[in-house]
Each structure stands twice: as structure tokens, then as C-alpha cells.
Design a protein around this ligand. Structure first.
Ligand code: C2R
Length: 166
């Protein structure tokens, strides 16, 4: 499976803990804020482009293999009929955070509805549309990982305490 990017210099071993998956290379710019926040908090991640529509077998294999690779949280972003987060969630019991992107004429409302209305039993944590959602996906991943990794919790708590002065 081709992985586009793996960041280095994480403070928590060298295994990517977060998988950032986007539906198209055209989503790269919209998802940069996620990568920036993860980097800032010292969280290792890998980035992949996978489409539940265009490469369904790849999506299945990625979802099935994610846990055994050491991934603990999946952030999945897509625009339009954004089925990618839900489909990945169907192949794994890792937490999946969905980011709806404003990639079509409907400006992300289509993606939001696609991500947020999951059937009972297969949850996806849906973020807001666009940059805010892209950032919050990384912060939510930090909160989840912070349950287990003290360094991530401390980095995130430091960020939160700085917000008081904004
Ligand atoms: P292109 O620019 O490649 O045509 O993609 C992508 O996330 C992107 O925002 C346009 C938009 O289609 C989205 N896409 C999905 C899925 N695969 C691609 N929503 C999916 O499987 O859900």
C-alpha cells in the first residue's frame, strides 16, 4: 500500500499512530492543517490517498491492516459524497474521525451529511467542514491518544492552556 508521507521526529516512538487518509490528491491542501497540528503536538502520522469509490479494494485492505500496523486513530477526509470515513470504519474497530471537505458545488454540506449520518454500530466522529474540522480532527486524535501517551496529553494540555490568552 503506497503511503505518501510519514512524518519524523515524533516524541512517541517512531510508529505512525495516526493514519490520515484522503479521498483524492486534490484534498491535500485542505488537509494540511491536520498535518500541521499533528506535527506541532509531536504525533507520528502517515498520509495516504484512498478512495472508497475509486479504489474500494485498497480501502478494504487499509482498514483491515491499520491496527496491526500500529495505527491507533484514523482521520479520513473527503469531499462530495464522502463515503470514505464510513467505509474505513466498516473495516476496523479503531476510532475513525471524519473531515468533510468543501470540494463540490454544495460546499461541504454534502460531505458533512455523508459522514455524520452513520448507521448505529459503525460510528464516525464527524468534524466541522473545512479548516476548522481539519484542525479539530488532529486535536481530537490527540485527546484519544492522550489517554495512553502522557507526552501527547501534556503537549495538548499545553496548547489548551495557551488558548486562554487568545
Ligand atoms: P477529485 O478532485 O479527484 O475529482 O476528487 C475526494 O475526497 C475529493 O474531495 C473530488 C472529491 O471526491 C472525493 N472522494 C470521495 C471519495 N473518494 C473521492 N468522497 C470516497 O470514497 O468517499
Amino acid at each position: 500500500m503506497e503511503v505518501l508521507e510519514v512524518n519524523e521526529g515524533s516524541e512517541v516512538d517512531n510508529m505512525p499512530l495516526v493514519a490520515v487518509v484522503m479521498g483524492s490528491k486534490s484534498d491535500t491542501e485542505a488537509m494540511q492543517p491536520t498535518l500541521d497540528v499533528l506535527k506541532g503536538l509531536g504525533i507520528d502520522y502517515e498520509v495516504s490517498v484512498i478512495s472508497a469509490h475509486r479504489s474500494p479494494e485498497k480501502a478494504r485492505q487499509y482498514g483491515l491492516a491499520a491496527r496491526s500496523k500500529g495505527i491507533e486513530v484514523i482521520i479520513a477526509a473527503a469531499g462530495g459524497a464522502a463515503h470514505l470515513p464510513g467505509v474505513l470504519a466498516s473495516w476496523t474497530t479503531l476510532p475513525v474521525i471524519g473531515v468533510p471537505l468543501a470540494a463540490s458545488e454544495l460546499k461541504g454540506v454534502d460531505a458533512l451529511y455523508s459522514i455524520v449520518q452513520m448507521p448505529a454500530g459503525i460510528p464516525v466522529a464527524s468534524m466541522a467542514i473545512g479548516t476548522t474540522g481539519a484542525k479539530n480532527a488532529a486535536y481530537l486524535a490527540a485527546e484519544i491518544l492522550g489517554l495512553k501517551y502522557d507526552k501527547i496529553r501534556s503537549a495538548y494540555e499545553k496548547y489548551r492552556s495557551e488558548l486562554e490568552n487568545v
